[in-house]
Design a protein around this ligand. Sequence first.
Ligand code: DQA
Length: 159
Amino acid sequence: MSLPPPRHENCPMKTVYVLNGPNLNLLGTREPATYGTVTLADIEARLKARCGTEGLTLEFRQTNVEGELVTWLQEAGKAGAPAILNAGAYTHTSIAMHDAIRGAGVKVIEVHLSNVHAREDFRHHSMISAVAAGVILGFGALSYDLALDALIAQSKNKS
Ligand code: DQA
C-alpha cells in the first residue's frame, strides 16, 4: 500500500505532539516487569528538556478515550506538526486512528515501551504501523527519546 506524503513535509518542525493512549497514565505502577517504573510525568519531563534545548514546543497528552486521540491526531495534522504516538491497546484495534493518520496527513512515529512481538498474539498486529513514518518499540521509556531523536535528526537533515 502506498500512501501520499504527509501534507506538511516541507514545513520546519516547531512543535512535537506526544500522544498517549489508555492506561499509560498508570505507568510507574502498572505491570512494572513489563513497562518499568518510569512514570509518564518522568517521560514528559525528559522530552520537555530535550525540546527546550532544540527550541521546540512539546504538546504532551494522555487520554483513555479513543476519540480524543483521533481529534488530537487531526489537530497535529492541521498544525503541520509530527506526533509520537503510543496508542496503547488501541494500537491493535483502532481503524479510526489508522484513518485519522491518513486523513490528516500527520507524520507519526509509533512507539511502545514493550516489545509487543514478544508478547501475546493479539499484540502482534498494529493498525498504525502501515500509516506510520516509523516504529520504535521494546526500549522501555527510551523508545520515546529515540523517537524524538529521529524526528529532530530528520528535520535537521531537511534544512
Ligand atoms: C504498549 C503495548 C500495548 O500492547 C499495550 O496495550 C499498552 C502499552 C507499550 O507501550 O508497550 O498499553 O503500547
